[in-house]
Every structure is written in structure tokens, then in C-alpha cells.
Design a binder for this molecule. Structure first.
Ligand code: SF4
Length: 316
């Protein structure tokens, strides 16, 4: 089976002041299979959001390949571009900032429908009611405005708007970060059930490792623009290999009062270095307790340590 999305050696550099180059996404590769949820996790500023937006063409890539359904996206014809803009959608962190406050929920959900489908007004109305039902909102929401909705309801509208175009692939960019903890699980469960029902493929972007666990099939951990570890969800939580992943995951495992385990929280020393001038060799070496000589001279590449479990570290 071919992956729906294949990202190969993707880089996205920005030009900052004084000729400095910010390597926001630095040589990132991964595949996403149809119907799968692949998550990119890491602290803010690690490049996960830039990566998702570059894949969707919101930002132009610097180099590398983004292959969607077997075709390189940068060589799309006009028609293929239009199909891609319909099939690949995004759900945002803050649904409020991207919902026009003067538009009713109905017109917000319909926005993209005009461009991609020829439907009568009655058909569009039916479609909106069906979408509201799918995301768990009552039909009387059609005439409401965004400010009348709670955060969770607004995120449901954001999801309905993405679904309006019958997408195959959705980039979920921190979709629960702005929500109360009690609402977060509801939105995650909604995304999971929609995925099953509509056979959706997700790229899920989050810094919240406890929520990511519920929705992900596989996870890539990013640090300073690069993936340092990539594995199936169970493997990576049970047996994190990269020192950065271990530190990141120890924070949630240590607070898991139900596990009864004696996990010690690993404290990360020092600040995240600037992506303008990252450390030579392994970018994590300035904060790594296991760093050795080779770590400053050679960039570790992702190696498959167990089936499907990749890590970029000289310890392995
Ligand atoms: Fe630490 Fe070296 Fe591994 Fe980097 S390559 S994580 S510095 S041991």
C-alpha cells in the first residue's frame, strides 16, 4: 500500500535579520498511510506547525519533497491544485480567530462549498445541517454567530467547516490547546469517531503528550526543526529511546498516579538553543546528559533500532 502523504527531506528556512537563516524545518521525512493518525510532538518552536503548513502549501518549502497520493505537490497542475485544496484541510488551534465574527455559522460552514461543489441553496442548507449533526451541534446553530458559542462549540464548527469539502487528509494543528481539559477529550473523541466514519487521515500536531497518546497510531518527536525519534505510539510511550523523548515523556509518566510506577521526572537543563545557530552535530547535545565527543562533530541520522522504531542518536 502506498502512503497518502510522503514527506522526504523537507526543509523550510526563513531569512531573519542580518542575513541569519532560521532552520524551522530541517530535513524532515515521514510517511502517513491512509486512515492513519501521525502526530508531530515537541515543545513550541520545534517546527511542527511550520511543517504542517508547509505540507498544505500555506508556506513555500525550501527544499525536499511533499508527495500526496503519489504526486509531488509542487508540480501540481492548476486542476490538481484545486483538488488538493479540497482534499487537504486544516483545523486550527484557536477557532475563534479564524471564524469571521460577522458571519453566521451556516455561512461559515458553506464558505468553501461554493467553490468546489455546484449545489442549490436547499442542498447547501441540507449539507450544513448534516455537518452540524456530524460534529454534535444542534440544527438551530445555523443562525448563530461565533461569539455566541463556547470554545468547544467553535472548534466543532471549525471541524464542520473542514469536513464541508469532503476531505481525505486533515492537518489538526493543536486543535485542543485552547480548550478546557474537560472539553479536550470530547474533541479528541469526536475526531477519532469522524476518522472511522469518513476514513480520514490525520496529521496531528500537539505539545500535549497525554492527549496525543489517545489519537495517534505513530508519533514523530521534533526538536529544533528535526525529527529525533519516530515510532508506533505504544512503543514510544513504553520505551522512549532518545534522551530528549525520555525527558519529554518522563514529565507525563511521572505524574501518572494510576500507573503506580516509580518513574523519575527527568529535568531538562538549559534553554532550547536558537534555531538560527543550532549546535553542531546533535542539536540536543547542549542539554543531553549522555553527550560524548562524536555528538558535536556528527549529525545523528534516524536509524531503525527495532521494527518501525527510529531514533537519531549516537547512543544507538
Ligand atoms: Fe545525546 Fe549524543 Fe544522543 Fe545527541 S546524539 S541525544 S547528544 S547522546
Amino acid at each position: 500500500e502506498n502512503p497518502l502523504l510522503s514527506v522526504k527531506e523537507l526543509t523550510k528556512y526563513y531569512h531573519a535579520k542580518k542575513g541569519a537563516v532560521v532552520k524551522a524545518v530541517d530535513n524532515v521525512s515521514f510517511d502517513i498511510m491512509r486512515g492513519e493518525t501521525f502526530s508531530l510532538v515537541g515543545e513550541s518552536g520545534c517546527g511542527k506547525t511550520t511543517c504542517g503548513r508547509t505540507i498544505l502549501g500555506v508556506y513555500p518549502k525550501t527544499s525536499g519533497n511533499i508527495i500526496y497520493d503519489g504526486l509531488e505537490t509542487s508540480t501540481f497542475s492548476k486542476k490538481q491544485k484545486k483538488v488538493f485544496s479540497k482534499q487537504a484541510q486544516m483545523i486550527f488551534q484557536d477557532p475563534y480567530s479564524c471564524l469571521d465574527p460577522r458571519m453566521t455559522i451556516s455561512s461559515i460552514i458553506q464558505e468553501g462549498i461554493h467553490e468546489h461543489f455546484s449545489m442549490s441553496a436547499a442542498q447547501k442548507h441540507e449539507r450544513v445541517l448534516d455537518l452540524l449533526n456530524k460534529v454534535g451541534l444542534r440544527s438551530d446553530f445555523v443562525s448563530r454567530f461565533p461569539h455566541e458559542l463556547s470554545g468547544g462549540q467553535r472548534q466543532r464548527v471549525g471541524i464542520a467547516r473542514a469536513l464541508a469539502l469532503d476531505p481525505q487528509f486533515i492537518v489538526c494543528d493543536e486543535p485542543i490547546a485552547a480548550l478546557d481539559v474537560s472539553i479536550q477529550a470530547q474533541i479528541i473523541n469526536l475526531l477519532i469517531s469522524l476518522q472511522r466514519e469518513l476514513k480520514l487521515t490525520y496529521l496531528f500536531i500537539s505539545h500535549d503528550l497525554s492527549m496525543v497518546r489517545h489519537i495517534s497510531d505513530r508519533i514523530g518527536v521534533m526538536y529544533l526543526g528535526s525529527i529525533v525519534e519516530l515510532s508506533g505510539t505504544n512503543d514510544i510511550y513504553r520505551n522512549p529511546l532518545h534522551p530528549y523523548t525520555q525527558a519529554l515523556f518522563s514529565a507525563i509518566l511521572a505524574t501518572n498516579i494510576f500507573s503506580g510506577s516509580e518513574n523519575k521526572r527527568i529535568r531538562l537543563e538549559g534553554e532550547v538553543p536558537s534555531p538560527v545557530n543550532p549546535p553542531s552535530g546533535c542539536k540536543f547535545r547542549t542539554r543531553c546528559q549522555y553527550a560524548k565527543d562524536v555528538c558535536s562533530s556528527e549529525i545523528p541520522t534516524l536509524k531503525e533500532i527495532e521494527t518501525g522504531h527510529f531514533v537519531a542518536c549516537h547512543l544507538y
